[in-house]
Design a protein around this ligand. Structure first.
Ligand code: NAP
Length: 481
């Protein structure tokens, strides 16, 4: 199977791959580092003809795989990733601008996804229903089994270039469903590397293609094509809603944006609150769907929280992503950093005060602490995908719940309290997919159900176990018993 090369300057030369075969179109996409704009790699692009070839290759099928075969592929891929985790981390960091320490952490998450998917492959996924359990019952049993889909497409965002891809591909492999991956054009190099790694691990080539090219010729075609039975999308609300409207009669999984709060009650342990608020706001340059995008603090403890938080923020050094000491790398582009700067400036015009950071240098956006932010400021109402930490106060638990629920999003939340009554009320009353007590909103393990409601998604969960279900249809059969 062909593998990408690097030229004498280390610039990666990659190509879209259709069932293992490189696309030869003569059209190239350049990937530059958001930090210093150096050329990191090129990708030979696909067009409408290649999209059709990828669909046909997936549908044509190939050698039939057993559960054990698929387990072996996923397990081998896990081993190869362990061996190559540093080269993956370097490419993630170079193409996304994420700090190298974050990129290394991401390889560990992808490892877990492959491990959990391999484990799930070996488990039976059927159920048995005895039918003689009601007055109208019969001596029969109904059995369920899960069958793979004919073909799926996975469309992924830039913010976790490896983990977002593996979170869709590994469950598809576990289920036996062929998949066409359309990664973000901002971070395609990692996606192609992991595709190559999976072929090397023994994945039959028809099971995976990776394509990238003009939206109308690649992504939109995949979404609309009736032969593609599932679109699994992670990305922004705007694109997600466009996909929902265009997809027509097929399964659609949407994992969309978030505007997650961390809610700090008056009884909170302040050191815990400060550590969670900082980690939640600034990890991954604030570019996580479940990053803390609003810090809601009880008004009685605002000053005490702030003085500790402002000390903590100093630890989040922002700079060269390749420096192992850097905690916050760039955001994905200078354009995104300019947007974040504007969001901060707009909040200031509305009366907010910047207490730390607020400045931009190219695509580097400083970790920024902002207080006195009006409840209707853009950065409170909409998702700001960057290291911004707007602080708002609330009067009591009713106010906290209503403020938390006041945006269109409903992904996750973190609550800092030791009061069980409070904890239970938040679990019951927040309109979100996840409530984490004394943890960041983003806390999960890779196999637990994950996903949001309202504008954050349709409530259909991912996470390895749920995602495998998405990539299958349930068939039932019954027998006299
Ligand atoms: P995006 O702009 O929505 O792009 C996501 C993917 O959709 C990319 O591959 C993009 O391709 C593709 N795309 C663009 N237009 C399309 C169209 N018309 N039809 C089909 N596909 C299309 O999102 P992003 O900026 O990369 O990622 C950030 C967003 O993702 C944030 O809102 C974040 O909250 C969200 N996110 C959500 C989760 C979750 O699990 N809920 C996790 C991570 C991120 P191109 O790159 O080629 O444009």
């Amino acid at each position: 199977m062909p593998k990408h090369e690097a030229d004498h300057k280390g610039i990666l030369k990659m190509s879209c791959l259709i069932a293992g075969q490189p696309v030869q179109s003569g059209k190239f996409h350049e990937v530059h580092s958001p930090f210093d704009n150096r050329l990191v790699g090129t990708v030979e692009l696909a067009d409408a003809t290649h999209t059709e070839s990828a669909i046909l290759a997936g549908l044509a099928g190939g050698p039939k795989t057993t559960r054990y075969d698929r387990y072996l592929v996923l397990e081998k891929a896990r081993q190869l990733l362990v061996e190559r985790k540093e080269s993956f981390a370097q490419v993630i960091s170079a193409e996304s601008g994420l700090a190298i320490r974050e990129a290394r952490y991401e390889t560990g998450r992808a490892h877990d996804v492959l491990m959990f998917a391999a484990m799930e492959t070996l488990k039976d996924d059927g159920q048995i229903f005895s039918c003689d359990i009601s007055p109208s019952g019969k001596a029969r049993k109904i059995f369920t089994l899960r069958e793979p889909l004919a073909l799926a497409t996975a469309i992924t965002p830039f913010n976790h270039p490896l983990n977002q891809v593996v979170h869709k591909i590994a469950p598809a492999i576990a289920a036996g469903t062929p998949v066409i991956l359309k990664p973000s054009e901002k971070t395609p190099l990692t996606a192609i590397m992991v595709t190559e790694l999976l072929y090397e691990a023994g994945l039959p080539p028809h099971m995976l293609s990776v394509v990238l090219g003009p939206t109308t010729e690649v992504a939109e075609r995949l979404v609309k094509d009736p032969r593609v039975e599932l679109v699994s999308f992670t990305g922004s609300v705007a694109v997600g809603k466009r996909i929902a409207a265009a997809a027509g009669y097929k399964k659609v999984i949407l994992e969309l944006g978030g505007n997650d709060p961390i809610i700090i009650l008056e009884d909170a342990n302040l050191d815990t609150a400060v550590a969670l608020a900082a980690e939640g706001s600034f990890r991954n340059s604030g570019q996580r769907c479940t990053a803390v995008k609003r810090i809601l603090v009880h008004e009685k403890i605002k000053d005490a929280f702030l003085s500790k938080f402002l000390e903590k923020v100093k630890e989040y050094t922002c700079g060269d992503p390749s420096d192992p000491e850097t905690k916050v790398g760039t955001v994905i582009s200078e354009e995104s950093a300019i947007y974040l700067e504007q969001v901060v400036n707009k909040a200031v015009e509305q009366g907010a005060k910047v207490l730390y950071g607020g400045k931009r240098n190219g695509a580097l956006m400083e970790p920024t602490v902002i207080t006195d932010v009006p409840r209707d400021a853009d950065m409170v109402v909409h998702e700001s995908f960057g290291p911004l930490a707007p602080i708002l106060t609330f009067r009591d638990i009713d106010d906290a719940i209503s403020l938390s629920n006041s945006t269109d999003y409903g992904l996750s939340s973190g609550i800092v309290t030791n009061n069980m009554e409070y904890a239970l009320r938040f679990i019951r009353e927040l309109k979100v997919g996840t409530v984490n007590i004394n943890e960041v909103p983003g806390y999960r393990i890779e196999s637990s159900p994950f996903g949001g409601i309202k504008d954050s998604g349709l409530g259909i969960k991912e996470g390895v176990i749920e995602a495998i279900k998405c990539f299958t249809f349930v068939k039932t059969f019954s027998l006299p018993w």
